[in-house]
Design a protein around this ligand. Structure first.
Ligand SMILES: [Zn+2]
Length: 71
């Protein structure tokens, strides 16, 4: 039984990029819980092992980008 108190959302609806306070954040680093805008979509620690990578959208999108570029 999981309890989710009504009226309490884990995330505010309009989050902003950690690097660009003026830009809305579209994604979030799963490891650091950092909101990132389109421009900042990149793994925060690409050299470090990250156990969240398999579920991290940021990492996934960065991977896709590199795949597209490295044709
Ligand atoms: Zn940004």
């Amino acid at each position: 039984m999981s309890v989710n108190p009504p009226g309490e959302t884990p995330l505010p609806p309009a989050e902003h990029c950690v690097n660009h306070p003026a830009r809305p954040a579209r994604l979030r680093c799963t490891k650091y819980s950092k909101p990132l805008c389109d421009m900042c979509v990149a793994c925060q620690d690409p050299a470090l092992y990250c156990k969240f990578r398999t579920e991290c959208l940021v990492w996934e999108i960065e991977r896709q980008k590199k795949k597209d570029e490295g044709r």
